[in-house]
Ligand binder design. Sequence first.
Ligand code: ZN
Length: 402
Amino acid sequence: MKKHYLLLIFAAGLLTFFSACKNETSYKTLIITGQNNHNWKASSPVLKQILDETGLFSSEIMITPGKGEDMKTFNPDFTKYKLVVIDYNGDSWSEKTNSAFVEYVKNGGGVVLYHAADNSFPSWKEYNEMSGLGGWGNRNQKDGPYVYYKNNILVTDTSAGIGGSHGKRREFLVRTRITDHPITRDLPVAWLHGTDELYSQLRGPAKNMQILATAFADSAAGGGTMRDEPILMAITFGKGRIFHTTMGHADEGGGPSMHCAGFIVTLQRGAEWAVTGDVTQKVPWDFPSAVGVVLRPDFKEMTLDEAFAYIGNYEIAKSTKHLSCIQSHIRDLAGNEAGLLEIEKRMVKVLRDKETTVEAKKLLLRELSRIGSDYSVPVIKELVSDSELKDEAEFALTRLQK
Ligand code: ZN
């Protein structure tokens, strides 16, 4: 009898322990949708999946009443959530709901504004302060300036004109403007985004707003302002933090804009920052570079064996993912000398292989100059006599023999 009783206490304790762990690690998240000039039925489940796959968030989708229906019945208890994601562009909410949302953010609630959410609520003052910049909804000079980069200078432009436009959907280069913000830390300074609308000519109060990334709206590439338009923004409102992404125009299943690894990862990082003010997620190996879009409909983790199987054929114009995979393993092994030596041995093996391309050898020499040990020295010494590799080999030797 007594034994059973103890077992029960133990089981109950275990349950509490696990649920406590879960509460600690996953932030309750509310995704609001239900009206939009976009396909919200396609986008909102994708947003949920993107957030939940991090293990940091557990999100639920809440659908508002439809267009013209009674909004008084839409009255979420925001205080139950750490993060609210707005995938909504439609009828005004009730005054009561607006006030509750403003209080939630003022008191430190996190918010993500996604794509057309910045079209929403043109006459709700606080909401526009949270978004920083918005478009359409008859926005113009009365709503605030245009903010953009021109010739690498941040411009606040009060000239008269419409708010919100975009050219033809296309792939575009996203440029990181603030590299030491938690959201953009360790991201490439430029990366190619999957086919999407490039929101331009947004205007708004732009208070307490940092522009983390921009994209050049080239008129030659299907209509554009010839300015570097804000794409990712970080805003504060009271104690609350808002991450604003203008990317992600949804097709069925999300489409190329939402499958873009750059969209996914910046959303995940922006959401974490909105909740905690920091980002603990690592930049994954498949984050796009400036040379190619990376879509993730078939995303799967790459093993170190696969990376080493391909690294010898490395061509920089094609992809950096095999090297990125190896680098991410190296980062994980910091301080683990035996583990690093194993990787070093594998790199040396590829260096010795006659089939390995010069480009791949150069990369490996650069990597070995950072993490190599005495083990690499003999093979690197041999490579000094190779005219194509002389510089890299000598550089690595200088670093290794210090
Ligand atoms: Zn759109």
